[in-house]
Design a protein around this ligand. Structure first.
Ligand SMILES: Nc1ncnc2c1ncn2[C@@H]1O[C@H](COP(=O)(O)OP(=O)(O)O)[C@@H](O)[C@H]1O
Ligand SMILES: [Mg+2]
Length: 432
């Protein structure tokens, strides 16, 4: 079969051109970067020197989900795979699989002189792991192959490796470079993202996160006068503060009715406005009133609010869960849910609505290549992030790629591979 029937032009070119010491496929989500780079890496293992090879992924789990199926497609089935030892045996060579969220990752890499390495989603692995890998590989003349989605233009990968680095060759992929993507999938992906996420994940650009974080937020699209359906159950997000405001959000969930998730009520106490601080016991009794009569399945609390959590426990509140504070993943999830129309806010939650509009990126952090919200008036936004992210991703708090978030959210909502028809039109309430 001619290569052109199986791969796109850019995939073929990058396959043949990737002879640099560090080869990086960058660009849009689902543009075929991982696919072609794995073909290339496996070819390299086949022809490369004897010795040990490495595949680095965020976690072992992401390796199994994102990389292993393609590897199995490429190499024939009688190649041996030892999952217990986290090794692949390919062409008589050992390929170690290392999850870099594992604390042993660095020492594991330090102990090897690797003949070659593959890294998926480079921007979300720790800088120290990447540095260690480079020193171990380049010493012995080995090659590195990897993929990434764009991030901040100040990210270390961009500044130190993708710009003016003679050891690096890179290719920019867009959705059109994946020959398998159907028009429907392409259109669906385009609707998922807005603002900087659109520029990064669809257009493949390294753009700065500046200005409003939820820049697609629009009163006409995202605010409801009242809930459109009955909640199957509720979850609650808590951001605790004594001198700072304290906020609880009551979030309704209905997996079968649009919109699937909505904030129905808020509690917001700003001691500086009332010129009086409340005690934990007072907050706890306010909290009980707030959720009275609602079927609440989980309460996600600010991980630093230890005293308040104990007080709630003492007062017999059930279902308390320490929230996961994965800031950027949480923000990406909330943005996706706003963009795909599955998430709304009721108009009575005026503090949350106000905060969402004034929630902005921290320009100083951005200069360091980090996407981080500015710490100001972010209490309701924190409560929202805690509860949604923890609820949908409770199993595992490791950083996730954009594609992971999108897929896991759909799975958690029982929506399968695609959103069901009524949800596919983004924000169909939008006035023409
Ligand atoms: N040439 C190809 N032939 C068959 N499937 C492909 C091809 N290119 C990409 N795919 C498939 O398209 C999907 C997205 O590609 P992937 O490489 O994971 O994208 P990216 O890494 O850019 O996000 C995957 O399911 C992948 O297997
Ligand atoms: Mg990929």
């Amino acid at each position: 079969m001619p290569l052109e029937d199986k791969f796109s032009r850019r995939q073929i070119d990058s396959y043949y051109e990737s002879e640099a010491r560090i080869n990086i496929w960058e660009g849009s989500v689902r543009s075929g970067k991982t696919y072609i780079s794995l073909w290339r890496f496996i070819k390299y293992v086949q022809n490369g020197p004897q010795g040990e090879y490495l595949i680095i992924s965020r976690t072992y789990d992401t390796f199994k989900r994102n990389l292993l199926p393609t590897i199995c497609e490429i190499v024939d089935a009688n190649q041996k795979w030892f999952s217990g030892k986290r090794e692949l045996h390919l062409f008589g060579k050992i390929v170690h699989v290392v999850g870099c969220s594992d604390e042993r990752a660095e020492s594991k890499i330090r102990g090897l002189t690797s003949s070659g390495a593959y890294v998926d989603e480079i921007t979300i692995i720790p800088y120290s792991v990447w540095q260690m890998l480079i020193s171990r590989c380049l010493m012995g003349g080995a090659k590195i192959f990897g993929t990434t989605n764009p991030d901040s233009p100040f990210h270390w990968l961009k500044k130190e490796f993708l710009e003016n680095n003679p050891d690096v060759k890179s290719w920019q992929f867009t959705l059109d470079d994946n020959p398998e993507l159907t028009n429907e999938e392409r259109e669906y992906l385009k609707r998922q993202y807005k603002g900087i996420w659109y520029q990064r994940y669809i257009e493949g650009l390294w753009v700065q996160a500046e200005g409003a974080i939820y820049d697609s937020f629009d009163d006409r699209l995202h605010v409801l006068d009242y809930p459109l359906s009955r909640a199957e159950h509720y979850i609650v997000g808590v951001d605790y503060g004594t001198s700072n405001p304290c906020c609880f959000l009551l979030i309704g969930i209905n997996r079968n009715k649009y919109p699937n998730v909505w904030v129905e009520d808020e509690y917001y106490y700003d001691s500086s406005k009332h010129q009086r601080q409340k005690t934990d016991a007072e907050y706890a009794s306010d909290f009980k009133k707030f959720i009275e009569g609602k079927s609440v399945s989980a309460i996600y609390i600010d991980p630093s609010a230890v005293s308040f959590r104990l007080e709630l426990q003492k007062q017999g509140v059930q279902g308390l869960i320490e929230a996961q504070n994965e800031v950027d993943d949480g923000i990406r999830l909330v943005s996706n849910m706003l963009n795909n129309g599955t998430f709304k806010i009721c108009r009575n939650c005026s503090n949350l609505i106000k905060e969402i509009q004034s929630y902005v990126w921290d320009p100083k952090a951005q200069q360091r290549g980090v996407d981080k919200p500015l710490k100001q008036n972010d209490h309701a936004c924190d409560a929202l992030r805690y509860s949604l992210f923890s609820h949908f991703f409770n199993k595992n708090s490791n950083s996730r790629s954009a594609a992971d978030i999108e897929r896991d959210y759909r799975e958690a909502m029982g929506l399968g591979g695609q959103l069901p028809a009524p949800f596919q039109e983004t924000n169909y309430f939008y006035p023409a």
